[in-house]
Design a protein around this ligand. Structure first.
Ligand SMILES: NC(=O)c1ccc[n+]([C@@H]2O[C@H](COP(=O)([O-])OP(=O)(O)OC[C@H]3O[C@@H](n4cnc5c(N)ncnc54)[C@H](O)[C@@H]3O)[C@@H](O)[C@H]2O)c1
Length: 367
């Protein structure tokens, strides 16, 4: 099976994303080809990754001095406490900046481990082996790392690019269907940002992509990674253009925060509802044609999740939704910044709306 290598060049680091099947079995070879060497490594693993994958990784890294730590992937563990535990292992075992930390998990583990790597002695080697669809298409690329605290999600963090990303598609086979949809949300977002032809590919092959069939899943992952690469290379620090990647996310974060990150609505589902809200709002403001709006909404209806925002959120939630939108990191005044859709491949950045107008819209959408 073909292996794809995507090279990313940023202001701080150049690195590769390797995409294919059975890659963990070849990790030593991949490290060698990518000129990555180290004596010691700490592997921080998501507890839910099946043991057979863990065994393969450990066996293939036998030549190194390996330390390990398992973490339960939950937003509650995405905090300083877990970062401190990682740092303690590194200090106790005299890690230095030439040694390596490997994240073997989804976006939660990757964000924590990336942050711990960037802050340990101001940065040691960091390899990301993303194990969820979301992390393979989104969170493992671009260098955003971070943890939560009592004031909100991802509010503490750094930009720290990995030295290598290894996306082994076989690891996705053990993912629950809901988690596949979660990653699909970001694939859909990328296609809307990119072009109608990218979207059409998803629309025609939706079922095969969600069933992780080759070559459809590979192509979807590669396309999303390439889009993120293009955006990150243009605006690594999210000064302006990188905001396109937040399409649907200002609504999504407010929805999931309002529900207290309940299992009722996971992150990817919230992103899908967020994309729908952004499309509805774009239609209301006459940015998007009725036809493009219908095309997006009809696609969302076929994904296999409940697409009705009203099933998750009620009118009584409107003030809380609005407050979370106001607190979003992307806002710096009383106005709220929305990322809206003009067409496939055409995104409207920084649409400013005042909070009382937005509240009216939210109440109407929940009626
Ligand atoms: N850094 C970024 O640019 C960026 C971008 C998007 C999202 N994020 C962050 O990513 C996180 C969400 O990431 P996620 O969707 O990967 O969630 P996650 O890390 O919570 O993983 C989802 C679930 O899948 C389980 N899991 C992971 N790999 C598995 C496997 N191979 N088989 C079976 N189960 C497995 C996990 O234990 C967890 O229960 C959020 O915290 C979000 O803030 C970061």
């Amino acid at each position: 099976m073909k292996i794809t290598k995507i090279k990313i060049k940023t202001n701080t680091k150049d690195y590769s994303i390797i995409i294919g099947r059975n890659l963990i079995n070849k990790i030593n070879k991949i490290l060698k080809i990518n000129n990555l060497s180290f004596e010691k490594c700490l592997i921080v693993t998501d507890k839910n990754i099946p043991n057979n994958f863990k065994k393969i990784l450990y066996q293939n890294l036998r030549s190194k001095k390996i330390f390990s730590m398992d973490v339960i992937a939950s937003e509650k563990n995405k905090n300083y406490n877990t970062v401190n535990k990682i740092h303690d292992i590194l200090f106790k075992n005299r890690f230095n900046r030439e040694d390596c930390v490997i994240s073997f998990g989804g976006g939660i583990i990757g964000d924590i481990v990336g942050f711990a790597s960037s802050t340990f002695k101001r940065g040691l080697k960091f390899i990301n082996i993303p194990s969820t669809l979301l992390s393979q298409v989104d969170s493992s690329i671009g260098g955003k790392t971070g943890v939560n605290n009592k004031f909100g999600k991802n509010l503490i963090g750094s930009f720290y690019q990995p030295d290598l990303v290894i996306s082994d598609i076989n690891i996705l086979n053990s993912l629950p269907k809901r988690e596949i949809i979660c990653g699909y949300a970001e694939i859909l977002k990328s296609s809307i940002i990119e072009s109608y032809s990218s979207f059409l590919y998803l629309d025609r092959n939706l079922k095969k992509i969600l069933e992780l069939k080759s070559p459809f899943i590979e192509k979807s992952i590669i396309k999303s990674c390439n889009l993120k690469k293009m955006v990150v290379q243009k605006d690594e620090g999210e000064k302006n253009f990188r905001k396109v990647l937040n399409l649907g996310h200002t609504f999504a974060h407010a929805y999931e925060s309002t529900l207290g990150f309940s299992k009722k609505l996971n992150h990817g589902e919230a992103v899908i509802l967020g994309i729908k809200s952004a499309a509805e709002f774009s239609l209301k403001k006459s940015f998007i044609s009725k036809q493009t709006f219908n095309t997006i909404v009809n696609h969302i209806d076929k994904i296999g999740m409940n697409p009705k925002i009203k099933s998750f959120l009620k009118k009584k939630h409107a003030s809380r939704i609005l407050n979370y939108m106001k607190n979003d990191k992307k806002n710096n005044s009383n106005n709220i910044n929305l990322i809206l859709i003009k067409d496939f491949g055409k995104i409207k950045l920084d649409f400013q709306i005042n909070s009382s107008n937005l509240k009216k819209y939210i109440i109407n959408s929940l009626n």
